[in-house]
Design a protein around this ligand. Structure first.
Ligand code: KG4
Ligand code: ZN
Length: 345
């Protein structure tokens, strides 16, 4: 049995500053999150330099708030986990520098975490936790993946997107419909008022074998369809509905195929698009045991980073003194935790 420890998790890979304290014995002690969505809304997407600067402004006040909220003296922190990739380089550097420096100041270990491994393990923050092995559908703003998960750092990628990530397709569709940013929740809200039978959207790549995805065509289809309408609120809702139905149907059928091919019976859904209700609803009909993080832990957060960091530290892994980040970092380069710095080059 590993020693009990309290770990601070720091997430700054994109446009959310997330911090959490996780106790290996009693679980999550608390978490705080600041979303920069309003800051980037005028630009219709994340502006990297603005993101980095805002992480700098927000991270330490958020840490103070987290410590006050949990009434934990900072000396009780036994380790610091920070996201070291993949993500925006400047944003990552803020969290990595702060995490590494805090660990040094407190005289404790630091551990560098892969953002997608954080998402992948997020369902384990819930009372009903999946056991290994399981199939994971990772659907975020930057990734769309089907992964066989046999243990921490034991990942086999079964399928990926060949172009846009599914969250990205939601965001771009929102933009072309004149909806706000981030687009996923906006498209979902519109879709709820849309009619299912008005437009028929294609189901990309379902006619081909394999488990890869392609979503950029759907976004173009949405644009072409919308341009042929009068542009009323009902038109927007109907396009949003047809788009969401096509995405959900495509994802669900590929998940069904992956479950069948892998023989796995447990399904984990993680990443921001995992918060989508229609998707959750549909995936529940596939006959697998489905596990989801609570919606706030589907999108970026510090808790998943604390948890993934804890598992890696318990496996003996820790970060060296150098501050390294990897904006691009394929998930299948990860290995099980080893008592050397293996997560960053
Ligand atoms: O995991 P995440 O917070 O950040 C990345 O690592 O990318 O995912 C953000 C993505 C955005 O594209 C956002 O539009 C999408 O998740 N998203 C949704 C929903 N909530 C967030 N997409 C569809 N339906 C939602 N309810
Ligand atoms: Zn993410």
């Amino acid at each position: 049995m590993a020693d009990a420890m309290i770990i601070l998790g720091l997430e700054t890979s994109c446009d959310e500053t997330g911090l959490a304290l996780f106790d290996s014995e009693s679980g999550l002690l608390g978490h705080v999150l600041y979303s920069q969505a309003a800051l980037h809304a005028d630009y219709g997407g994340v502006v990297p330099e603005l993101a980095s600067r805002d992480h700098i402004r927000k991270a330490l006040p958020l840490l103070e708030r987290l410590l006050a909220q949990t009434q934990l003296p900072r000396e009780k922190i036994d380790a610091v986990a920070y996201t070291s990739g993949p993500g925006l380089i400047g944003a990552l550097l803020v969290g990595a520098s702060l995490g590494r420096a805090l660990a040094m100041g407190l005289g404790v270990d630091a551990v560098a975490v892969h953002h997608m491994e954080g998402h992948l393990l997020a369902p384990m923050l819930e009372a009903e936790r999946p056991e290994f092995p399981f199939l994971a559908l990772l659907v975020s703003g930057g990734h769309t993946m089907l992964v066989e998960v046999h243990g921490i750092g034991r990942y086999r990628i079964l399928g990926e997107t060949l172009d846009d990530a599914v969250g990205e397709a939601f965001d771009k569709t929102a933009k072309l419909l004149g909806l706000g940013y981030p687009g996923g929740p906006e498209v979902a809200r519109m879709a709820a008022r849309g009619r299912a039978d008005r437009f028929a959207f294609p189901r990309p790549m379902l006619d081909r074998p394999g488990l890869d995805f392609s979503f950029s065509g759907l976004k173009t289809f949405a644009l072409n369809t919308y341009q042929k309408t009068a542009g009323t609120e009902q038109d927007k809702a109907d396009v949003a509905r047809a788009f969401e139905d096509a995405v959900v149907d495509t994802l669900a059928r590929k998940v069904a195929r992956a479950l069948q091919q892998s023989g796995l019976r447990r399904l984990v859904v993680a990443g921001g698009v995992g918060a989508n209700r229609s998707l959750r609803h549909r995936l529940c009909t596939l006959g697998a045991d489905a596990f989801y993080p609570r919606p706030e832990f589907c999108t970026d957060n510090g808790a998943m980073i604390a948890y993934a960091g804890l598992l890696r530290l318990q496996g003996g892994q820790k970060a060296g003194l150098a501050i390294n980040v990897r904006p691009r970092w394929p998930l299948d380069e990860l290995r099980p935790p080893a008592p050397v710095e293996a997560t960053v080059r």
